[in-house]
Design a protein around this ligand. Structure first.
Ligand code: NAD
Length: 533
């Protein structure tokens, strides 16, 4: 069957692509081949389509999954919508108990989940465990805080409407489509799913085509923990399935993915005015100021840049160090990065296509005069990439501008902290950032154009459930996590209630003639004076 698929494929078939492993079974023959983003999927005449998910390290088949087309997606949305009313009707307390039961079952299954993430995504068990640890905290926080953040609360009235009480509450949207990436197949989608469910929505989840097994286990575990409420539906497939979800009449789409996909999702959602929240890529900067703890900064730069083989949206992808400590920081960084071992400290590159991007970024940097202090031009050894520390990289090199998504750290000398901030901000992405500094740390953190900044650590904001997470510019918009993340999946509902009628109604055709002049006089008295200096 695979040979047949290859025969049908055009010359531009990408050999390194994971979709090489897509096969059709158990049906008879391939009718046509779809081309999208360099990938191919076989479509069979009787429309039964499946794809295999494989281990990026060994090529072993992890599982075979159906490719959901528009009809299957519509059916999943219909199932979710049917379940949504009962879930919303549970109220905050009922949902809190259900989500805590889900959390507890996930925690009891940690070992199996970690092993599956390792097999399907390739990352070491330790990295997979960190994902699970972090998302458990989010699930817990979302479950316990939804009532406080979203529940009805009184709003202050004003003088003109003094006879009215006011309140605001946040109601569920209905059905939320969550489209996930592969790099953190547990943490990332659940970062939307947990908050959407806690806000009272049902969810249709489309995991990445590279990690469908993890996605299905997340949904199956929910079904087992909360059997009465089938509000977490899953559909598997590639971008076409995600596209179908955007068009399926869901009430919001939450995408975590690349900016290119973000544009496509937004365009598709525009058809029905479906709102979107877009968590997209990053090119996060770290700034090291003169009074920083250089050992800590070097340690965190290596971890932030190279953990998960650099395949982290919030990975440190650029380091700017002020001149007085540049050489001392670099020596510490090089010593640490040289000790990192691919295959042990981090796993393979999950998406084979990414190997070409990393190589292109390295080749471009070397062609423009960059020097490698760790690694070098041969760092890309599929499926692994060795750690690379680069210096003397021109600011317009690809590795300084575009998401590399590999264990590559370019380090740049800055005159001072302001110069470092200006260099860091001169990039269309704006997801996270890190600052290692003493006295000026908070000032630098505020000046960085990013959704989140950590001071004297990396990535900590992602593990802090009370904080919002999201980007600016090419990194997307909208927020997940924290109170903002709960509100992202709810609509505000404002209610005013007249407590007693006024003897002189303003909003009536029967208004006496003196009312408006009196109100105008009162307005001038109250608002007409400029503030005293
Ligand atoms: P991707 O954009 O290729 O795919 C993401 C998801 O979108 C997948 O499930 C894919 O099937 C789906 N998709 C693709 N085309 C689609 C379309 N036209 N309509 C609807 N869905 C479509 O990204 P990826 O390679 O899976 O993930 C890596 C990217 O995700 C990186 O850019 C990374 O920085 C980003 N990311 C961001 C965050 C964050 O929180 N901001 C977190 C993790 C990853």
């Amino acid at each position: 069957m695979r040979a047949e698929l290859y025969e049908l494929a055009d010359a531009d078939f990408q050999r390194g692509d994971r979709f090489e492993t897509i096969i059709c079974r158990p049906v008879a023959r391939v009718a046509r081949v779809l081309v999208g983003k360099g990938e191919r999927m076989a479509i069979t005449e009787d429309r039964v389509r499946t794809f295999d998910s494989t281990s990026p390290a060994t090529g072993e088949v992890v599982g075979t999954f159906p490719v959901a087309g528009p009809e299957e997606v519509a059916a999943a949305v219909a199932r979710a919508r049917e379940a949504a009313a009962g879930w919303a009707g549970l109220g905050f307390d009922g949902r809190r108990r259900a989500l805590l039961a889900y959390k507890a079952l996930l925690v009891r299954r940690t070992d199996e989940l970690v092993a599956l993430v390792h097999r399907e995504n390739g990352k070491p068990d330790a990295d997979a465990l960190i994902e699970v640890l972090m998302i458990v905290e989010h699930l817990d926080w979302a479950a316990r805080n939804a009532a406080r953040v979203l529940g009805p609360r009184r709003a202050r009235g004003n003088l003109v409407l003094a006879n009215h009480a006011a309140s605001v509450e946040y109601q569920p949207l209905g059905v939320v489509g969550v489209i996930g990436p592969w790099n953190y197949p547990v943490f990332t989608p659940l970062g939307s799913i947990a908050y959407a469910l806690a806000a009272g929505n049902a969810v249709v989840f489309k995991p990445s085509e590279l990690t469908p097994a993890v996605g299905c286990v997340l949904a199956d575990t929910f079904a087992e923990a909360v059997p009465a409420h089938p509000v977490l539906q899953v559909v598997t497939g590639d971008g076409a399935t995600g596209h179908a979800l955007c068009l399926a009449g869901v009430d919001k789409v939450a995408l975590t993915g690349s900016p290119a996909t973000g544009r496509q999702v937004m365009a598709a959602c525009a058809e029905r005015l479906t709102p979107v929240v877009l968590e997209l890529g990053g090119k996060d900067a770290m700034i090291v100021d003169a009074d920083a703890d250089l050992d800590a900064a070097a340690d965190q730069a290596v971890w932030g840049g190279m953990a998960n083989a650099g395949q982290t949206c919030l990975a440190v992808e650029r380091v700017y160090v002020v001149d007085p400590v540049y050489d001392r920081f670099l020596a510490r960084l090089v010593e640490r990065a040289a000790r990192i071992r691919p295959g042990a400290d981090f796993g393979p590159i999950t998406l084979p296509r990414q190997l070409e991007i990393i190589k292109r970024h390295l080749d471009d940097a070397f062609a423009r005069g960059a020097r490698a202090l760790v690694g070098g031009p041969d760092a890309v050894r599929p499926p692994y990439v060795d750690p690379v520390v680069l210096v003397d990289v021109p600011l317009d090199a690809l590795v300084m501008r575009e998401e590399t998504f590999g264990p590559v750290l370019p380090v740049t000398r800055a005159r001072d902290a302001d110069h470092a901030v200006a260099l860091a901000n001169a990039n269309p992405y704006g997801l996270g950032a890190a600052v290692f500094a003493g006295r000026r740390a908070l000032r630098i953190a505020r000046a960085l154009r990013s959704g989140m900044t950590s001071v004297n650590s990396v990535l900590t904001f992602a593990g802090m459930p009370s904080l919002p997470l999201g980007g600016v510019g090419e990194s997307g918009f909208g927020r997940i996590h924290g109170p903002d993340g709960l509100r992202e999946f709810a609509r505000s509902k404002a209610i005013t209630r007249q407590r007693f009628p006024l003897p002189f109604p303003m909003q009536s055709f029967d208004r006496p003639g003196y009312v408006l002049p009196a109100v105008k006089w009162a307005m001038k008295l109250r608002h007409g004076r400029a503030p005293r200096r």
